[in-house]
Design a protein. Sequence first.
Length: 85
Amino acid sequence: MQDQELLQDGLALMALGMGVVFVFLAILVVSVTLMSKLIGRFQPVPVAADTGRKSRSSSESSSPDDEVVAIISAAVHRYRSTRRS
């Protein structure tokens, strides 16, 4: 009979602990959501600063530089060669 009482007490304690954690997480989610909305309302959206640089033409931006391609391929080759060892 005592084993059954211990089991019931353990289950009650587990339910209480899980309930406390659930309530805490629910309050945390609500508070973070409210703070996000408050900050969004009172903080202005930052304006992108014009750096004065000329934008690249569409043909330049579509193809990556040869140097970048060489660096990436060298890194992949080195990674694959060290991984096999």
